[in-house]
Ligand binder design. Structure first.
Ligand code: FMN
Length: 305
């Protein structure tokens, strides 16, 4: 009998599906609800030192092959966010990922310390949001040295296992993956959204008020697969493969590219609240059919081809 239960950095997961940051995970109770709806772990929407309102609406629009968003990292700030994380820890019954972002290396470390009070199982740093570069400049994840510096500082500041969320908006992910590993990251999350634009021809203007936004969902899927593959070639730390997964076969493909866990976000829009359950059922069927007993048996297989 095949099983979806797996291990990641020494913790048990009932399945490999991680609720991606920015989906449902704004409050402790919504994260707990995601866990009840089948996620093996949950991530909170990224938190900053101070609360942020985000960009003016519309901030998220569906197009024919995905979603484009420029939410602008709206969040209640680390103080309130830490309370929500603590609630998620109490209620979700699955591992909880904190997520923080900031404008400087020092502020990243400060934000990480603030959320660590809630004792999340893992800490993720969002160094890769493509929608706030007017305010924050080039994301840390687009420059190997900046990615190294921020990872090192956060790793020194908190003892929680650290995942670094990387960006597809680079020509090659390998050098960045190597630097974050060298700086002490325990895991890589590949990837955040891809910078894009959608224009509505009748209106003669971009659909988002911010004009540019991050592409997620099916349109992102092959880009994510490429990034996971490149990260796996270049670093030994485990990878959370995130981007465009909407079916069990998609999940198998990210695992075979080198992911140990699979992040899921936009599929909640395309396949409903039970997306993790549905995708899990499909992955299990695939495993039974192809003769895989464990999720780990599929990790990195595409590299042997
Ligand atoms: C509306 C929205 C908000 C997001 N907010 C965050 C965020 O706060 N922090 C972060 O690291 N990623 C954020 N992301 C990126 C997702 O976590 C994920 O990396 C991306 O959507 C690709 O996965 P998917 O195709 O399964 O949605 C956001 C994505 C969307 C669509």
């Amino acid at each position: 009998m095949a099983t979806l239960s797996t291990q990641f950095l020494g913790k048990k997961f009932k399945n490999p599906f991680v609720l991606a940051s920015g989906f449902m995970g704004v409050t402790g109770l919504s994260m707990a609800s995601a866990a009840k709806h089948g996620f093996g772990a949950v991530t909170i929407k990224s938190l900053s030192l101070q609360p942020r309102k985000g960009h003016p609406a519309p901030v998220i629009v569906e197009f024919d092959r995905g979603l484009i968003n420029a939410v602008g990292l709206s969040n209640p700030g680390v103080k309130e966010g830490a309370d929500e994380l603590a609630l998620a820890k109490k209620e979700a019954g699955v591992p909880v990922f904190a997520s923080v972002f900031a404008d400087t290396v020092e502020h990243f470390a400060e934000a990480a310390k603030a959320v660590s009070k809630a004792k999340p199982d893992f800490l993720e740093i969002d160094v890769s949001c493509p929608n706030v570069d007017n305010e924050f400049g080039t994301p840390f994840a687009c420059d190997p040295k900046a990615a190294y510096d921020v990872t090192r500082a956060v790793k020194k500041a908190v003892p929680i296992p650290l995942s670094v969320k990387l960006s597809p908006n680079v020509p090659h992910l390998g050098p960045i993956a190597r630097q974050v590993e060298k700086a002490g990251a325990d895991a890589i999350n590949a990837i955040n959204t891809l910078k894009g634009m959608v224009i509505q021809p009748e209106a003669r203007r971009p659909v988002l008020t911010n004009k540019f936004g991050g592409i997620s969902g099916p349109a992102l899927f092959p880009v994510a697969t490429r990034c996971i593959y490149e990260a796996y070639q270049s670093a030994k730390i485990p990878i959370i493969g995130t981007g465009g997964v909407t079916t069990g076969r998609d999940a198998a493909s990210h695992l075979m590219a080198g992911a140990s866990l699979v992040g899921i976000g936009s599929a909640l829009h395309f396949r409903g609240l039970d997306a993790a359950k549905t995708i899990g059922k499909e992955l299990l069927e695939f495993m039974e059919l192809e003769g895989y007993k464990k999720v780990q048996d599929m990790v990195g297989l595409a590299h042997e081809a």
